[in-house]
Design a protein around this ligand. Structure first.
Ligand SMILES: C[S@@+](CC[C@H](N)C(=O)[O-])C[C@H]1O[C@@H](n2cnc3c(N)ncnc32)[C@H](O)[C@@H]1O
Length: 255
């Protein structure tokens, strides 16, 4: 993991994709196809990225794991699969999302496994039903770019126990600028065509993805936002040259 020392370059803690879950139920519309779309949009590589964040979560100490914007439950399921492979401390895993249709699929997928997994409907901007200082590990994967970051980070910070760890898997910037430009060109030109076919012409599904990928801050800037939210020991790991990154931060033990 890289050490992060540079100061934040911006104070704009926006919703990169300008998405509002209450105004567009795109995830309800595509819920049945969501898992296949992940494979199509990322050429299957999202599986490696998700495996990596799940393994970081499993290796972090603490019993209570809260995954926000869980969608169809991929991250919680991967955590559970990893835990089942070796002796582990008891973990309680909560999968949460704002979209009941996505959670319905998560519920079907998780049925019957160990350790138990709980499904809860929550807006990541407002976790009022989750007690302050109650979570050991908070994670969010591919949800941050469609949320107001400042609010989500504030809620994550509130619900984490002192010493609790925050993880975020999200779009980032390829560290070699010409390669990033090439990647964006691929996204701009090819993705809409592939996605048009894969979604049956549902533009929202890929418009938000494209806008989020363009507008989400670079790794250093987002790391600065984590520090602004109060996290310490902030760092990130680039995956696939920086197409995505996993950021992490710790809520200080003494506030
Ligand atoms: C791109 S999917 C990611 C799903 C899953 N984490 C994964 O990596 O496959 C984004 C998810 O965020 C959810 N979402 C959008 N806005 C949200 C909000 N304000 N609070 C909680 N979840 C939200 C959507 O319903 C959707 O399931």
């Amino acid at each position: 993991m890289r050490d992060v020392t540079a100061p934040p370059r911006t104070n704009a803690l926006d919703n990169a994709a300008s998405f509002d879950a209450k105004a567009d139920n795109v995830f309800a519309r595509i819920s049945q196809r969501y898992d296949q779309l992940c494979d199509v949009f990322s050429l299957g590589i999202h599986r490696l990225w998700k495996r990596r964040i799940a393994s970081k979560i499993v290796q972090s100490p603490g019993a209570v794991v809260f995954d926000a914007a869980s969608g169809t439950g991929d991250i919680p399921l991967r955590i559970r699969r990893l835990l089942s492979r070796w002796p582990h401390e008891e973990k309680i895993i909560v999968a949460s999302d704002i979209c009941p249709e996505m959670l319905a699929i998560a519920r079907r997928r998780i049925a019957g496994g160990e350790p138990s997994l709980t499904i809860e409907e929550h807006d990541a901007h407002d976790l009022r039903a989750v007690a302050s200082n109650s979570i050991d590990i908070y994670s969010i994967s591919f949800g941050m770019k469609i949320c107001r970051r400042e609010q989500v980070l504030a809620e994550a910070f509130r619900v984490l126990k002192p010493g609790g760890v925050f993880f975020c898997l999200e779009a980032a910037r390829i560290t070699v600028a010409p390669l990033h430009a090439l990647y964006l060109a691929y996204m701009d030109w090819c993705l809409p065509i592939i996605a048009w076919v894969a979604t049956g012409g549902d533009r929202s599904a890929y418009n938000y993805l494209l806008k989020g990928v363009h507008e989400f801050p670079d790794q250093q800037t987002f790391a600065g936002e984590l520090r602004q939210a109060g996290f310490e020991s902030v760092g990130f790991e680039n995956l696939t040259l920086g197409i995505v990154a996993i950021h992490e931060g710790v809520k200080p033990r003494s506030l």
